[in-house]
Design a protein around this ligand. Structure first.
Ligand code: ARG
Length: 477
């Protein structure tokens, strides 16, 4: 390697090309070194990189490629490096490109020639694929814990609001009364599917690429099943070309994360509406809100607003990864270094959003009276009156027509159906008798009547909550 031909702004060859300098005649340009480096962001999974290397060295010793003494030196060296990183004394060098070469180079500096043997039968291609999978697996487990905490919070709030009645909406117009508990259980269901999706994704994340080496496998007598077992992987990736190149597991995670954010964003939208002066259905405690620097009366629902906004970046992260992958021929391409930031951003955003929601949900205070009054407005029991007539033999379409006329009268008189007199109602059908007020026109009658699995009646909501607790136990067993 000659240094005389190096352009003035290149880093010295022993710095940059130590890992591959053999075939290079000049050092990497300083800008290129920085442009192609990933250590700024991939140092985040140093722990997984070290765990993967320890497993690899242990396997190499088992099959006789390393001696036990060499293995022990490597493991001790790597453990020390982990402590250095955690103590903040480790010097990350951009000229060493990525987390893998930073750690390996330090290992050799510490333990000498044995450090150079660690990379036997391995490539950064299978190493990085392994690291991301290990890292993502850990993050999925943390996210699942947050989901569980949020789901328990929802069940707790629902249990307190089995009998709280609010208007249910379609088209954001008052439709039929529902119980607040029932509404919260709708949110709960969304999160059940989100959790199932993540757990399903985890199965495909949890496969070992190591042993694929650069792309074709390796000439050493490796024992991949053993490495997989050491690292807690369910199985090995079956094809070396596929293992080093595809990032579909990360894309799948980002898709699952996008759906979580989509759900949180919908919930946020409702919270934002409900806390407005026009609704006043719920109160979010001050600690989750901020004020305005100019309007003294303001208390803004910042946390739900931010989460609604942050959903966009996670959708963007998903599209980034899909686009990153779609044009790549087999096997590894440097493009894949770009998989990390969109994945990390999705992880961080979904974690933060779930944490905020898990803290905020149990602290919500519903305004029970205001919700009830809102449900009394907008003719929410009109369908119940139609059903009442159907039960007395009227065909549903005719009943619909009759009730429509009664509603028109209510609109004209500015009265709810329950506030019209029996005589007024009877002008539309003589099948309407005094029992209509108890049987059809109260909010309680309306919700109680929806008494089947999945329905809004307090009895059903109570049973659904009991089942939900059991389902959570199974989901997080
Ligand atoms: N930093 C690289 C990445 O994130 C590691 C793999 C590099 N492999 C290579 N052949 N240049 O993908």
């Amino acid at each position: 390697m000659t240094t005389s031909s190096n352009p003035p702004n290149s880093v010295t060859p022993d710095q940059t090309s130590g890992m591959w300098g053999g075939r290079f005649s000049e050092a990497t340009d300083a800008f290129v070194a920085e442009f192609t480096a990933s250590v700024q962001f991939d140092q985040r999974f140093y722990k997984q990189d070290i765990a993967g290397s320890i497993a690899h060295a242990t396997m190499l010793a088992k099959v006789g490629v390393l001696t036990e003494a060499e293995r022990d030196d490597i493991i001790e060296g790597l453990s020390t490096i982990r402590s250095e990183i955690e103590a903040g004394t480790f010097e990350w060098r951009i000229d060493l490109e990525d987390v893998h070469m930073n750690i390996e180079s330090r290992l050799t500096q510490r333990i000498g020639i044995t450090g150079k043997k660690l990379h036997t039968g391995r490539s950064r291609n299978d190493q990085v694929a392994t690291d991301i999978r290990l890292y993502l697996r850990d993050e999925i487990d943390d996210i699942l814990k947050l989901l569980e905490r949020l789901q328990k919070g929802l069940l707790g709030l629902a249990a307190k609001n089995i009998n709280t009645i609010m208007p249910g909406f379609t088209h954001l117009q008052t439709a039929q009364p529902v119980t607040f508990g029932h509404h919260l259980l709708a949110w709960f269901e969304m999160l059940v599917r989100d959790s199932e999706r993540l757990q399903d994704c985890r199965k495909r994340v949890n496969r070992l690429p190591l042993g694929s080496a650069a792309l074709a496998g390796t000439t050493y007598p490796i024992d991949r099943a053993y490495t997989a077992e050491l690292l807690g992987f369910e199985a090995v990736c079956e094809n070396s070309l596929d293992a080093v190149s595809d990032r579909d597991f990360a894309i799948e995670f980002n898709a699952a994360a996008s759906l979580i954010m989509m759900h949180l964003s919908r919930m946020s939208e409702e919270l934002i509406l409900w806390t407005s002066a026009q609704f006043k259905f719920v109160n979010i405690p001050d600690r989750f809100c901020t004020g305005s620097s100019i309007m003294p009366q303001k208390k803004n629902p910042d946390v739900p607003e931010l989460i609604r906004g942050k959903s966009g970046r996670v959708f963007g992260d998903l599209i980034s990864l899909l686009t990153l992958m779609k044009g790549q021929p087999l096997a590894y391409n440097k493009d894949n270094q770009e998989d990390k930031e969109p994945l990390f951003d999705a992880i961080d955003t979904v974690r933060g959003s779930l944490m905020a929601f898990a803290d905020m949900i149990p602290a919500l205070v519903p305004n029970i009276e205001i919700m009830r009054e809102a449900a009394l407005r907008g003719f929410s029991t009109a369908t119940d009156l139609a059903d009442y007539l159907v039960k007395k033999g009227v065909a549903f379409r005719d009943a619909h027509e009759i009730v429509g006329k009664a509603v028109a009268l209510g609109v004209a008189e500015e009265k709810d159906l329950s506030e019209l007199t029996l005589e007024q109602l009877q002008q539309f059908s003589d099948l309407i008798t005094a029992d209509v007020f108890d049987k059809a026109l109260t909010l309680e009658a309306s919700v109680n009547a929806r008494d089947h699995i999945g329905g809004t009646s307090p009895k059903q909501v109570e049973a659904a909550i009991a089942r939900a607790h059991k389902r959570l136990e199974q989901l997080y067993a």
